[in-house]
Unconditional design. Structure first.
Length: 72
């Protein structure tokens, strides 16, 4: 008697949740209304007051570059 094997594929989709400001800032970036320094300011704000700006990961997602804090 032949043995039948059943394989099951589980696909899990996880939708990334962005900060409240992400979409607005991404749109402004795409239209060249803001600079990297402006976005760095939003990352700095988020570090001081969580949820008020964007994360370093979101900075990278918008600009395509790693976030490096500005030296002031």
């Amino acid at each position: 008697m032949a043995e039948t094997k059943t394989t099951e594929t589980v696909t899990e989709t996880t939708e990334k949740v962005h900060s409240k400001k992400f979409d607005t800032l991404k749109d402004k970036w795409d239209k060249d209304y803001i600079t990297k320094d402006t976005l760095k300011g939003w990352v700095a704000l988020n570090k001081k007051r969580a949820g008020k700006g964007i994360t370093a990961e979101e900075y990278k997602e918008i600009t395509g570059e790693e976030y490096e804090a500005s030296e002031e």
